[in-house]
Design a binder for this molecule. Sequence first.
Ligand SMILES: [Zn+2]
Length: 113
Amino acid sequence: MMAQHRRRIERQLAGGENLERALAGLRMERTLADGYYAWAAHLFMLDSVRELGAMRPGFLDAAEIDGLAALRSARHQFAREHPPCPHCGAALYDRFAMSCETCQGQIERKRAG
Ligand SMILES: [Zn+2]
C-alpha cells in the first residue's frame, strides 16, 4: 500500500470511520479506456495458462504474443523498482525504501565505498 493511502486510512480511522468504509474509499481511479483493462485481464489469463503448461503450440496470435512480451517486461520493471522485503517478501514501495509497509521491518542499506 502506498504511503499516501496508508496515511489517509490512518486519518480516517483516527476520525472514527470504520475500516471497511476507509478501504472502500481506496479504489484506484482508472485512467485508461475500459478495453485496455479487458485486454490486460485477457493477457493475465493467458499468462496463467502458459505458466500451467496448458497452452498448445500455435494457440496465441501475434497480438497476444506481443502482449505477453509487454507483460513480462512490465513485471521485470516492477520487480526492479519494487524489490521484495527481506523479511516478508512483499514488494517494497521503491528500491530505496527504509522500511516495509507490510511487516514494518527495517531494510538495511549497504553504504557505498
Ligand atoms: Zn516486509
